[in-house]
Design a protein around this ligand. Structure first.
Ligand SMILES: Cc1ncc(C[n+]2csc(CCOP(=O)(O)OP(=O)(O)O)c2C)c(N)n1
Ligand code: SF4
Ligand SMILES: [Mg+2]
Length: 291
């Protein structure tokens, strides 16, 4: 390892409070392994999250990080990028955090092509608040507040990212640390707004069978990894595949990199680069109203 940072150097001393067997343990391993292979100094990357089981990630990492308010990770991340564009930023959020309360921020960060990586750890529910329906819950999802089922089509995070202007869109799954690591590394190395949809089903409010079923249907669009011939695939546009994954056990689930567009990130704009920065104190002084 050329820079001497090992995956364990990115772990904090705090033991995760996630349920035993939660998918987020593998996501944490993939993230720390990825940062180590990206030759990042643990003090030179910001991990920013909102609120939720998934958003607890910064607690378990040794890097600087901010556990912000529910749905507000992205605006805080934008502030961090503008304050110091030298420091890369990773945003970690759940499907509720990013696509319910935080949906507007996601769209505009993608549209402006801020140079950051956003990982959505999608368990298709608000798990922290005990299985409430989220925007990505499958149709008829029975949540704690909707015991009869929730009758709306799920939002498709991949297509939202594409149509909002994200310049890198990919999907991976918590069933493979190696796959997550590779996709995270590609997203993290991308210049501009990169989005990774991570399939990370909740074990506590789901069950082992459902988790195993989802992971068994995965195939990578970028490799020759074979897909079970008994399942249907989405060859034309893998971003269309989201809706089926929740409800139809016959449909294969594509993972891999779906889109890369080259476009200058927001921070590279010369007006931003050459702007004169002021300290907070100076700024408050400017605003001070004198009688
Ligand atoms: C402003 C605000 N509204 C609601 C909540 C309650 N709350 C906490 S976590 C959460 C949902 C988390 O869902 P998700 O982002 O999918 O994370 P998960 O727990 O599923 O990983 C909600 C609604 C809150 N903390 N703050
Ligand atoms: S409730 Fe689900 S998502 Fe939350 S820690 Fe437990 S297994 Fe993980
Ligand atoms: Mg969730």
């Amino acid at each position: 390892m050329s820079n001497g940072y090992r995956p364990e150097d990115f772990h904090s001393p705090h033991a995760p409070s996630w349920c035993k067997g939660c998918a987020f343990y593998s996501v944490l391993s993939a993230l720390t392994t990825m940062l180590s292979s990206a030759h990042i100094d643990p003090q030179k990357v910001n991990i920013i999250s909102g609120i939720g089981c998934s958003s607890r990630m910064p607690f378990y990492m040794s890097t600087p990080g901010i556990h912000t308010l529910h749905g507000r990770a992205i605006p805080v991340a934008i502030g961090a990028r503008l304050a110091n564009p030298e420091i890369p930023v990773l945003v970690i959020g759940g499907d509720g955090d990013l696509f319910s309360i935080g949906a507007g921020h996601f769209i505009h960060a993608a549209r402006n092509n801020f140079n950051m990586t956003v990982l959505c750890l999608d368990n298709q529910m608000f798990a922290m608040t005990r299985n409430q329906t989220s925007p990505t819950s499958p149709e008829n999802h029975k949540g704690s507040l909707t015991p009869q089922g929730h009758f709306a089509m799920p939002l498709n995070p991949l297509q939202l990212a594409v149509t909002s202007g994200a310049t890198f869109v990919a999907r991976t799954y918590a069933g493979s640390i190696q796959h997550m690591k590779e996709i995270f590394l590609k997203a993290f190395s991308h210049e501009g707004f990169s989005f990774v949809h991570v399939l990370a089903p909740c074990l506590t409010f789901g069950n082992n069978k459902r988790v195993a079923d989802i992971f068994s249907r995965v195939y990578d669009v970028n490799s020759s990894m074979a897909c079970d011939p008994a399942v249907t695939t989405h060859d034309s546009d893998p971003t269309e595949s989201f809706v089926d994954y929740g409800r139809d056990s016959k449909v294969a689930i594509p993972v891999g990199v779906f889109l890369i567009r080259q476009s200058a990130p927001y921070e590279s704009n010369s007006a931003i680069k050459n702007r004169k920065t002021v300290s907070v104190h100076e700024y408050i002084d400017r605003l001070r109203i004198t009688e």
